[in-house]
Design a protein. Structure first.
Length: 589
């Protein structure tokens, strides 16, 4: 739980959205925050798409740019709020014509293309449940999720259809329509563009109860088979509030969220939150490339940037020189999510990008950011930050299986500084998942004694900052110590040769488990025996008893498509065990 203060305080203190944390928590109420949203006209409830586009399209922001799309050839196309409202209205009308009804599931299998925004918002207007899939999924994970969710309609591209959908279409009996982007129908598909052109742009959103289902998001599958977390329209209240508090977002911002649209971050913050604020959303069709990303930040004058540790680590591998060629003066706030953010990355942000990286924590199930380092508060490198206003977090004493110990239906909350327990949240925030689709039992099992149990292990310091230790499934039990992989990985990353590390437990007759590290090296560091011994010694000096006993070099650590190191796969490979569900594994180039 050690941290090094970074030279300067976070630079936006004086004009940040949240300047007095204690007061904001004390005075907070979701009911009061609701006044920042409009609600449907005539008191007909709350609809995410109305808050995101229609209300702006009817007000003074109608000609403000909602979406600025950069295609893979760097061409920029802009859509105002009015245009986005109109196009999504057309898609909602089209769904009606096709007989797709409220509550039906509409899936997308799309990269970052304008149609994605039109379809997601249009389907929400029509009261359908939207489920975005990673466009990099192969046919089998696509089939599995379409069937799990009982998809009625899918929107994809002609190419993705040919490669991933055509072959499995017959084994998804619920799927009534497949629409493909562009102008041409194909076998079993209808073209989206002419259908949109023919549909009415004037779509009146029907009455929508805040508890009506809206989004179905599959988890990253880091620890096992992905689960479908169901969210409701009320979630928009949390998207709206958390973006202001944790991302310091304002209506004047140019906001770029790099998350893939197939992951919950790609919807909550890649679509809904910035639009709910009336800000300008940047969407980049291109793949990750250090120079490309810097040039998007510079050319689009991005002011708030939300990204992930794996991307930051890749930028770090490219060195500070690459960054120095770009004008990043518009950048006011940088945040990261999805995986533990190593302290090096926070400091690197401050030194190389001129802003520290603000880590924050949440899950598919929580629907929105729950714990964060705030703009106006001290950033503690290595910490996830403190709970947002409106969010009550706690740490629960753990049992032998590593999860919270439940005795006669009761749990025990840990209150001492530095104690380590399962991170839990008090249910009741608007974007909390309302079900695991088709698995009510599993859903109910995630709650105990008035808490939602997250499956993550954390510590809290005396000032209330939370420190991620590991997923309950990843924590290593070695010679009487419980070792969090993140702590070991971060210690190794402080060595100049180490670009990334994945740490797992390996059964050992004496210690129970021993700590084994897989290490990716920076360019220019050959994987020699000498370096390996140096790293082992480096680890021992930093970590003592919990240092890795074995180190292997691996230039291609397995990642999920949302960018997380898949430690369970490293472990399975090490032990020769079955590899389990690999549908979300990022294919290695
Ligand atoms: P699955 O539940 O299928 O195993 P997953 O948990 O990776 O997959 P997500 O909901 O995408 O699926 O990810 C949420 C998890 O990511 C958190 O529970 C936590 O383990 C990790 N995580 C997210 N943000 C952070 C963070 N800032 N620091 C550390 N870990 C984080
Ligand atoms: Mg999870």
């Amino acid at each position: 739980m050690s941290w090094t203060p970074i030279g300067k305080p976070a630079p936006v203190r004086e004009n940040a959205n949240l300047t007095d944390y204690a007061a904001a928590r004390r005075d907070f109420s979701w009911e009061a925050e609701r006044r920042g949203l409009s609600g449907l006209p005539g008191g007909h409830g709350l609809n995410i798409a109305y808050e995101a586009v229609d209300r702006h399209a009817r007000g003074p922001r109608r000609d403000h740019v909602a979406l600025r799309w950069v295609d893979r050839h760097d061409r920029v196309t802009e859509y105002t709020y009015r245009e986005l409202a109109e196009r999504s209205g057309r898609f909602a009308s089209l769904l009606g014509q096709l007989g797709v009804r409220r509550g039906d599931r509409v899936f997308t299998l799309l990269g970052r293309v304008p149609e994605l925004y039109v379809v997601v918002l249009g389907a929400l207007k029509a009261g359908c449940v939207v489920s975005p899939l990673f466009s990099a999924f192969g046919p089998e994970p696509v089939r599995q999720r379409l069937n799990l969710g009982g998809a009625a309609l899918l929107v994809t591209t002609p190419e993705l259809h040919r490669r991933k959908v055509a072959g499995i279409r017959d084994s998804v009996p619920s799927l009534r329509h497949v629409l493909v982007t562009g102008d041409e129908d194909g076998p079993g598909t209808s073209a989206l563009s002419p259908a949109l052109a023919a549909a009415s742009p004037d779509f009146e959103i029907g009455p929508t109860a805040p508890e009506d289902p809206a989004l179905l998001h599959f988890t990253s599958g880091t620890t096992g088979t992905p689960k479908g977390a169901l969210h409701v329209h009320e979630a928009v209240l949390a998207h709206y509030v958390t973006a202001r508090h944790a991302l310091d977002l304002r209506p004047t911002d140019v906001f770029w969220c790099t998350a893939d649209p197939g992951w919950v971050t790609g919807t909550s913050y890649g679509v809904i939150a910035p639009l709910a604020h009336g800000a300008t959303l940047v969407s980049d069709e291109g793949e990750f490339d250090a120079r490309r990303w810097y040039s998007v930040l510079a050319a689009q004058r991005v002011s708030v940037w939300y990204t992930a540790p794996t991307a930051l680590r890749m930028l770090m591998r490219h060195g500070a020189d690459t960054a120095s060629g770009y004008d990043l003066t518009a950048l006011r706030f940088i945040a990261s999510v999805g995986e533990p953010l190593n302290p090096e990355a926070v400091v690197w942000g401050q030194e190389v990008l001129g802003r520290p990286v603000h880590d924050n924590w949440w899950q598919t199930e929580t629907g929105a950011i729950m714990i964060a380092n705030f703009a106006a508060e001290e950033v503690r490198p290595g910490s996830m930050g403190r709970p947002l206003p409106g969010i009550e977090a706690g740490l629960l004493q753990r049992g032998p299986d590593g999860r919270a110990l439940v005795t006669d239906g009761r749990v025990r909350e840990l209150t001492g500084a530095g104690e380590e327990g399962e991170l839990a949240l008090r249910p009741g925030w608007p974007s909390m998942f309302r079900d695991y689709w088709g698995d009510r039992e599993r859903y109910e099992k995630s709650f105990s004694d008035g808490w939602y149990l997250t499956g993550d292990i954390a510590r809290r310091d005396a000032d209330g900052y939370y420190w991620f230790v590991g997923r309950a499934d990843d924590v290593i039990k070695s010679a009487g110590h419980l070792v969090g992989p993140f702590e070991v990985e971060s210690a190794l990353m402080a060595h100049p040769a180490v670009a990334e590390a994945g740490v797992v437990g390996k059964p050992d007759p004496v210690a129970g488990e021993l700590v084994k590290a897989f290490v990716t090296l920076h360019e220019g560091y050959p994987p020699t025996e000498e370096l390996r011994l140096d790293l082992l010694a480096f680890g021992r000096r930093a970590l003592g008893a919990v240092a890795p006993k074995e180190i292997a070099f691996d230039q291609h650590l397995p990642h999920t498509r949302s960018g997380k190191v898949m430690r369970r796969l490293l472990r399975a490979r090490e032990l020769g065990l079955p590899e389990g569900d690999l549908s979300t594994l990022e294919s290695v180039p």
